[in-house]
Design a protein around this ligand. Structure first.
Ligand SMILES: C[S@@+](CC[C@H](N)C(=O)[O-])C[C@H]1O[C@@H](n2cnc3c(N)ncnc32)[C@H](O)[C@@H]1O
Length: 296
């Protein structure tokens, strides 16, 4: 199969293709981030880098069987600036659609955040020509991550309807290298996670429920002690336990596990770059589940 991966990031589509047992003959990537490209090629040296999507008129490609596009979401997501499809980055969707029109791949898969406004979602669905399905990574792994997928791969509606059955009951705690978490499933990993600071003065505020969307890990505690902190909080209790703990950020390897990637997939660039590309990425198991439809 010939694959064209637009907005390839560090190429999390590729391990998903492997997991779904799809044989790849040629893999073309359009991506402008040099660190993401470095990691994509470290893991899959045969990745052909095409560069900026805006230069697509110059690309020389064979017949493409699968075209994918996790188009930039900063202008669409509630966390972003909400310029919608007029935003410079999200309007790159129009380039992806023009490429699809020209190449006419047998299969396409577009992806974006689930928390965009209704109007944007309707507009994008009209442009792509199919309604999206909403899949949550928590049913395949340990992260709460809701994403919309627009595709003509046939099995996807059944996956959406059956996703709760897929819940493996894997817990966030299971993927930690050390420390304990107060959450059953991790919050959605964002590309901005690299900016998160687990400073000591955030500890009490985190327990009080501030930073509820953050992924922090308690160190030097066991689960029972952690429970005591949460149970006793707000009552008359000593600070002993709190004095013997701290919160930390997730390690990059733990973030890889959140995305169902092999350990150390993104090793080779700075932690900042690792967090960024991981937060931007596709959940490998969710995408593999969709791609299994190509074998049917
Ligand atoms: C949401 S991320 C997609 C990540 C990818 N799906 C993955 O699994 O890693 C969007 C990507 O689009 C890339 N991008 C932004 N402008 C681009 C352009 N003009 N041409 C190609 N890629 C671009 C960004 O660098 C970013 O990696």
């Amino acid at each position: 199969m010939n694959v064209l991966s637009l907005f390839n990031g560090c190429g999390m589509l590729r391990p998903a293709l492997d997991k779904a047992n799809i044989q790849v003959n040629n893999y073309y990537s359009s991506e402008v981030d040099k660190f993401a490209n470095q990691i994509a090629n470290k893991n899959y040296p045969d990745t052909v880098q095409l560069g900026d999507i805006n230069d697509w008129h110059e690309w020389k490609l064979p017949q493409i069987d699968l075209l994918t596009a996790g188009f930039p979401c900063q202008d669409l997501s509630v966390a972003g600036n909400r310029k919608g499809l007029d935003g410079e980055r999200s309007s790159l969707l129009f380039q992806a659609l023009a490429i699809r029109d020209k190449l006419k791949p047998k299969y396409f898969l577009f992806e974006n955040v689930a928390n965009m406004g209704k109007q944007n979602r309707a507009e994008i669905s009209k442009l792509i020509g199919v309604e999206p399905v909403k899949l949550n990574s928590k049913y395949w792994g340990v992260q709460n991550r809701e994403r919309l997928f627009w595709t003509n791969i046939a099995n996807v509606k059944q996956i959406e309807q059956g996703q709760a059955i897929n819940d493996k009951q894997k817990l966030f705690q299971d993927i930690l290298l050390d420390g304990v978490t107060d959450k059953a499933k991790a919050k959605c990993l964002l590309a901005s996670y690299y900016k998160t600071q687990a400073s000591p003065n955030r500890l009490k505020r985190y327990i009080k429920g501030y930073f509820a969307t953050y992924n922090f890990v308690f160190t030097e505690l066991n689960q029972i002690q952690l429970q005591m902190i949460f149970d006793k909080y707000g009552r008359d209790w000593s600070d002993d336990l709190l004095n013997n703990t701290a919160i930390r950020k997730l390690y990059p390897v733990e973030c890889e596990r959140l995305m169902n990637l092999p350990d150390n997939y993104t090793e080779g660039v700075s932690n900042t770059q690792r967090y960024k590309m991981l937060g931007n990425g596709w959940d490998v198991d969710v995408v593999a589940e969709i791609l299994k439809g190509l074998n049917q």
